[in-house]
Design a protein. Sequence first.
Length: 302
Amino acid sequence: MEVLWQDLRGIHDLKIVSPQKLDILPILRHRYETAATFEPEAGPERVDPGVVLPGCQSVLVAFYQLPRPQWQEMPEGAGRLASVSWGEDYHTILRDSLRMLQERLEAQDPTGEFFLQVDTGPLYERGFAQKTGAGHLGKSGNFIHHRLGSYVALGILCTTLELPLDEEEGHYSCGDCSRCIQACPGGCLHEDGTMIPTSCRSFLSQKKGMLTAKEQEILGDALYGCDICQWVCPKNQGVEEKNAEEDLLHWVRSQDLEGLSNKKFREIYGHRSGAWRGAALWRRNLGYMEEASGPGKINEKC
């Protein structure tokens, strides 16, 4: 199976697991109730591949390592992008690679049916990633791959073809470490693995409308997303370096957006995942930074 995907740039690891449904629906319902803006409604399609693809026999979970953090000096008043938006949109990269993998499987057996998703689908990707045994769900809520670290994007390809399943690699955990909980500027993380998404810095950077003074303080210099819980995570030390992207964008200034129409904004930034909310939200976040005299600024190395 590995020979079918190892030359695809959007897949740095891939595991095949059974389509047995996940036993976490109550947890997902709680998350939907507290962050419905970004969470799909918690129905059976979130946990059961057989709902989205009747007759599903195999679930392929793909892992794509995002650009790794590195220190970049940031100008005063600039807004920081999380690493998920430094390079080309991972949705496009992973989706194209999984489509190519699907075509290769179809060439081997044209009777198979498929369902593909990258982030914007009903299935709970992190749950199926954990099922592979290639890592674990950290206290930060991120999936932490034991070789690639937590800077990974996930994609799923379900099929009615019966493929050889991978054995679980092992069982991993955060142990007694709570660095992400201590470092979170919004205090949204808890020891039991639950979180309050509405006080998450990444959530606030994408939330529409005006932010309260407290929310602006949590937002700090975040233009889009937040890497703080990953910056401090020891599981990201000594991992394999797979991503070789070079055209990386770490920050944006207000003058970079001056006079840009929505069309021009999409032309310049549209290939990065953080641009999906549009120029207006980026301008709003930068406006808060210009108004601030210092409180809430986060200047850790990244």
